[in-house]
Design a protein around this ligand. Structure first.
Ligand SMILES: Cc1cc2nc3c(=O)[nH]c(=O)nc-3n(C[C@H](O)[C@H](O)[C@H](O)COP(=O)(O)OP(=O)(O)OC[C@H]3O[C@@H](n4cnc5c(N)ncnc54)[C@H](O)[C@@H]3O)c2cc1C
Length: 318
């Protein structure tokens, strides 16, 4: 294989780029600071027939223990900037959502307050259709610039297939930039909303643990009786359940916690056990919210991730 472009590293440990801190290395890893650099990397990968994956803040990501074949990209520099244009914010796909929310509040712009507690990037939030406290990404998102092996294009929310915690972006489509159209409001009011959201979150969720947040989506099945995934796991006796170095958090049963030495295999076994107990107790099939990067066996995907496992909705193949 010809030399990779400058800046591409081999065997790069990905666990340090995820919040749960498990999983193996990327065969190739690179940071892209501009659209041109990103396009060059993606073109190189296409020419070498390498799969392309992207990692944001890794706050919703489970990396296979054996690592990821192909190229994994992380956006930085220009592609993580946050810039104002009147009531609009233009940012890189690698910009951190809590920073976007805080800067918007300082500038007296409302509409993206819900991002303050979502520890991900703008690109990850678009792929996941991230939401909190009734806020809605699609309501304020104007457009995204996508880079992929098939070329680059600009899309509006109607073209992104947003549904509960998903979009129909393909696994190789990278959100490089995004624009949000916000509403002018007194900065003190927007800041007060952020403070209230932070306080509510602190009371409800564990902090300072290695986790990817909610493991399973909240089911809308009638047998769930309106219960959240966390309430079902709790009622099925999974709160605190531990396999290897991973457990369901004692504070929030839908959060998996890595106690320090967990492997991705531990996390997957725990997820499968949680799904099994909820199925047996309530007849409800939980579906994973967390995304995967790298090869996870078909059997584990089905038992731990649920209905959409192995599809573009449930995992990123590599
Ligand atoms: C403590 C905690 C609390 C959380 N609270 C919430 C919450 O309230 N609401 C909520 O919705 N989520 C929540 N999450 C989940 C997570 O923060 C969101 O899903 C977030 O949007 C993921 O962004 P990320 O940059 O971390 O993506 P990653 O975890 O890095 O990746 C997630 C997926 O997005 C893809 N991706 C990443 N960057 C890009 C890009 N630039 N272009 C295309 N695809 C990309 C990845 O390939 C992967 O498929 C929480 C997580 C934690 C750890």
């Amino acid at each position: 294989m010809p030399q990779p472009p400058p800046g591409v590293q081999s065997d790069y440990p990905l666990s340090r780029l995820t919040t749960v801190r498990t999983g193996g290395p990327a065969e190739y890893f690179a940071r892209a600071g501009t659209i041109a650099a990103l396009e060059r990397l993606v073109a190189w990968a296409a020419a070498e027939e390498l799969e392309v994956g992207v990692v944001g803040s890794g706050s919703n990501l489970l990396v296979a223990d054996q690592g990821v074949r192909g190229l994994v990209v992380k956006l930085d520099k220009d592609l993580s900037k946050i810039e104002f244009d009147g009531p609009r914010i233009h940012c890189g796909g690698g910009a951190r959502l809590p920073a976007v929310s805080a800067k918007a509040a300082q500038a007296g712009l409302a509409g993206i307050e819900f991002g303050v507690n979502i520890p991900g990037t703008v690109g990850g939030a678009v792929r996941m259709n991230a939401n909190a406290y009734g806020g809605e990404l699609a309501r304020v998102l104007e457009w995204v610039d996508i880079v992929s092996p098939g070329g680059s294009d600009r899309r509006v929310p109607d073209q992104l297939g947003f549904a509960y915690r998903r979009s129909d972006l393909g696994p190789h489509e990278i959100v490089a930039r995004a624009s949000f159209a916000l509403t002018p409001a007194p900065p003190e009011e927007v800041k007060a909303t952020l403070a209230d959201m932070r306080a509510r979150r602190k009371a409800a969720q564990p902090s300072g643990i290695k986790t990817f947040g909610s493991t399973f989506k909240n089911p809308d099945h009638p047998r769930a009786g309106g219960k959240t995934a966390g309430q079902l796991l709790d009622a099925a006796g999974c709160r605190g359940l531990r396999i290897g170095g991973a457990s369901f958090s004692a504070k929030h049963a839908n959060f998996v916690e890595n106690h320090g030495e967990a492997t991705t295999a531990d996390v997957i076994a725990l997820m499968a056990e949680g799904r099994r107990q909820v199925r047996e107790r309530f007849g409800v099939e939980l579906e994973a919210e967390v995304q995967t990067l790298g090869p996870i066996g078909a059997e584990q995907l089905e038992s731990a991730f649920g209905p959409h496992a192995g599809t573009a909705e449930g995992s990123v193949p590599a």
